[in-house]
Design a protein around this ligand. Sequence first.
Ligand SMILES: [Zn+2]
Length: 102
Amino acid sequence: MKRVFSSFNRIAVHHTKNVLEAEGIRAVVKNEILSSAMGELPPAECQAEVWVLREADAQRAEAILMGIGGRAGGPLWKCLSCGESSEPQFTQCWRCGAYRER
Ligand SMILES: [Zn+2]
């Protein structure tokens, strides 16, 4: 099991899971119930998470998620030059200025 995505937005989390399953990657949503208890717990504890069942799928899952990240506030993308994560709305790495792939 490996976590590939987390968000306070449960719709985005389920969308992510659906995208992965459409690609043949088995995935599950975790912490969904916690996210409805927000206010009781520190925010970081309340994010719903998508986990892939097989470690071997994790890398492909992350590549797919980077591909959908540009639309509708998806997940962060990782800079290929320095490895820093940037928000989906940016097309350049905030740290080193490298352009995002695709
Ligand atoms: Zn960079």
